[in-house]
Ligand binder design. Sequence first.
Ligand code: KG4
Ligand code: ZN
Length: 376
Amino acid sequence: MAAECNNKARKRKAQRRLRPLLDFRAVYILALESSCDETACAVIEAEHDYGHPQHRLLVRADVVASQAAIHARFGGVVPEVAARHHIQNLIPVIDEALTQAELSLDDISALAVTRGPGLIGALLVAVQAAKALAFARRLPLVGVNHLEAHLLAAFLSPSPATEPHVRPPLPHLGLLVSGGHSSLVLVHDFGHYEVLGTTCDDAAGEAFDKVGKLLGLGYPAGPLIDRLSTSGDPLAVPMPRAMLGPKRGLQMSFSGLKTAVAAHLKTHGLPSGEKALADLCASFQAAVVEQLCRKTALALDKHKLPAVVLSGGVACNRALRAAVEKLCQSRGLPFFVAPPRLCSDNAAMVGAAGYYRLWRGERADLSLNAVASLPL
Ligand code: KG4
Ligand code: ZN
């Protein structure tokens, strides 16, 4: 009898916390992302497990139309071109996501959209589409910070086969490394982030792309440098180790590595064979990974956090994943990283961040706007 009362009380408490979501018929979140060169739509099935403080966030559909091949010939993303392609791609991507989820718009409970940071013309495409859908279908809408979305990707269950999914504890240390950002973030709670350190020049992914450009590897170069590095010697070409002095704290810097590669090419010319190219890539990559690991270790020393979560496009890098995992193992800390597909730009992570905002009761109205330099 007492146990039954306790259960009922627990259920009522959970229901009170869930009130913001009880407006919904079911909890399917359609999420849109168009901040850079990926047009993406995802459907997230969200469920709060009564009596447990965990939310189940299952990726029901995750569709990404990448424009990488279009921008490759320019050696980087051309904002105007990106925005025009988002307009072309968005509706087909939404259709495909609904088909993949075996749902229709009638089943959708709420909408989430990236509102920044990113390229303003590109961001506006998904923001306007989300507002139009919210208005036409009378659906709750929430705007999401792209960086927050990356940070929360590891909370997603990529498929039913990955349930039960072990989610990162809160608080934890987030290492967010992408094409536009490199930051160490203290994730206190959903919606409560403290940036502990960041790059003072290029982002880690930007360094991969710039070095790739110098080597004629195309855009984006991160995945190719990652692959080439596996057969290279990381000690073959001396590379500077930046920002390691005690006064630098958690500040990072990656632009010197691009300069070091440029100086090496000036002296030695382009690598003459596959081995020389692999050695140069491996040496550059090792310097990036070492800096990120050392800063992560320093942040752990300072803030004594119980887990590390790696995120952002550069989190696809195998050497980085292995090095951060090893660092965590050496300290007896759990390490979390989403599968590569959910690390690079996608809308599923936007759905996750959107869900937590909706759960807290947040709603956007039709004045929602894109912000190019939205801080975390
Ligand atoms: O998170 P993301 O998809 O987009 C941004 O928000 O910037 O990150 C893209 C960045 C690019 O710079 C790309 O070169 C890099 O992530 N990247 C990688 C790898 N895969 C993607 N960098 C290193 N190794 C990889 N395997
Ligand atoms: Zn991103």
